[in-house]
Design a protein. Structure first.
Length: 138
């Protein structure tokens, strides 16, 4: 439409006469990647904590291979930021971390507590680019 400006992520529809009839804002799926550390900084089968956009994120490196997972570091049972210090392993093939305080297990895939289905911690996108671990936000 001539003379009508749309902001990024907006969709403007018009009728046959060219008159605007609806303006919608479409949220784009945008991920900003934040460099956290080098992959080699994370000892295999352990976790580290990083402050990403004001949030404590627990990042785990699981071997064999170099599988990387990121979840919130806050343990809702102990009310402490300690999950990055937990013991990693798996339960029925699901990679998990056990809280170092009361030992509740959290899925590294979904953040779901495997011992109490009413609790879940956030998960984050994570990737490795040229040996740099990056956490996705947004």
């Amino acid at each position: 439409m001539k003379g009508t400006k749309a902001s990024r992520g907006s969709v403007i529809t018009s009728n046959q006469e060219g008159k605007m009839i609806q303006a919608l804002t479409v949220r784009e799926n945008v991920t900003t990647w934040v460099d956290v550390c080098h992959l080699s900084d994370i000892v295999p089968n352990t976790g580290v904590c990083a402050l990403v956009e004001g949030e404590q994120v627990a990042i785990f490196r699981i071997e064999p291979g170099t599988d990387i997972y990121a979840i919130g570091n806050y343990d809702p049972f102990s009310k402490a930021y300690v999950l990055s210090r937990g013991i990693v392993g798996d339960r029925n093939g699901i990679p998990k971390v056990a809280s170092p305080i009361y030992k509740q297990n959290f899925s590294l895939l979904t953040g779901q507590c495997l011992d109490d289905e009413t609790l879940k911690v956030p998960t984050y996108k994570v990737r490795v680019v040229n040996d740099t671990v990056q956490v996705g936000i947004g």
